[in-house]
Write a protein that binds this ligand. Sequence first.
Ligand code: C6P
Length: 386
Amino acid sequence: MERIYLDNNATTLVDPAVREAMDPFYCHMYGNPNSLHSFGIEVRPYLHRAMEQLYRGIEADDEDDIIINSCATEGNNTVIMGMYFSLLKETRKKRIVTTQLEHPSIREACRFLEAQGVKVTYLAPNRDGLITAEMVAEVVSDKTALVSVMWANNETGLIQPMKEISDVCRERGVYLHTDAVQTIGKVKVSVKEVPVDFLTFSAHKFHGPKGVGGLYLRKGVVLPPLLHGGEQMGGHRAGTVDVAGMVAMGKAMELAVSALEYENREVRRLRDKLEDALLQHKDVMVVGDRNLRTPNTVYVSIRGVEGEAMIWDLNQHGIAASTGSACASESLEASPILTAIGADRELAHTGVRLSLSRFTTETEIDFTIGVIDKAIVRLRQLSTSY
Ligand code: C6P
């Protein structure tokens, strides 16, 4: 059996069709799109097409902007820092409302602004792991510059009610940002149906390459750039655009959107099969209602089994999973996200995240179930607390 990859919320395999689309831009069409000679001119139609694929993918309007950047961490920081220089620093609007569920690229950026005098409210989710529109409505005031709520969570897969939250923000005239990194290709993302002002995405989470991402800006919103020094991206982000990356992200977006139906039927079926098998064991808990989660994610707590021990055991059998987000994998701290949803100490330390993709097969899931079944029995026998 080849190795099995069930850590798709950390990163994904590059779809072979995406790889094929980006390949010509390394050794053949390697011109700088801002150059006036033929090498530059010949790549421009490909960038144009990639932009069209991205606009179509999230149902953006022609007059909106999509800034191509290096990753979601950059996109999230661009929004938070940009808001500081456009509103928070100089006007009466001195507040940001965000949540305790956010990725560190939002959380740490907000902490940095707190040190500059910005007031940040970190909304706690309810017991279901959700941030409701009412919670947002309760804390937003005329001093709020920005609301930032992640669309789907990277650890639990829980999907937030973004439409209702966007209704509140529109009504109150407050900018809304959403980190949609874990949502593209899993749930329909339409900025027409869910009118947000800023939206972050990252190609490597939907079968594109690492090192390229996008930030959507609604028409008319003002956001100073994070990177200065050139007119690329209409002045929104200086620096030569990663041509191969952008072409790849466009193709990956197109494929992700066309695979949505498969994701919601087949990937969900395999995820549910795995989840049902886990729940056959006693003292096993899955975080969040499966119908409120992205179809590929299950976050499970197995009493008496340390998350790290299970990951190690799975890895011995060639199966890749994680205890939570990859960027915190070396920390022994309890997951801030699980703590936020009220998990007790044990749950926050016994969590295992299994995340599938459209490349996951039934044979892989069956094999994984067999390995986990045996691991639970063995690791519990070794446990002093179970
Ligand atoms: N989450 C995980 O294992 P980058 O790599 O900068 O493009 O993406 C950062 C990021 C931002 N928002 C969300 C919701 C994310 O899940 C991630 C990346 C990985 O969960 C690595 S920490």
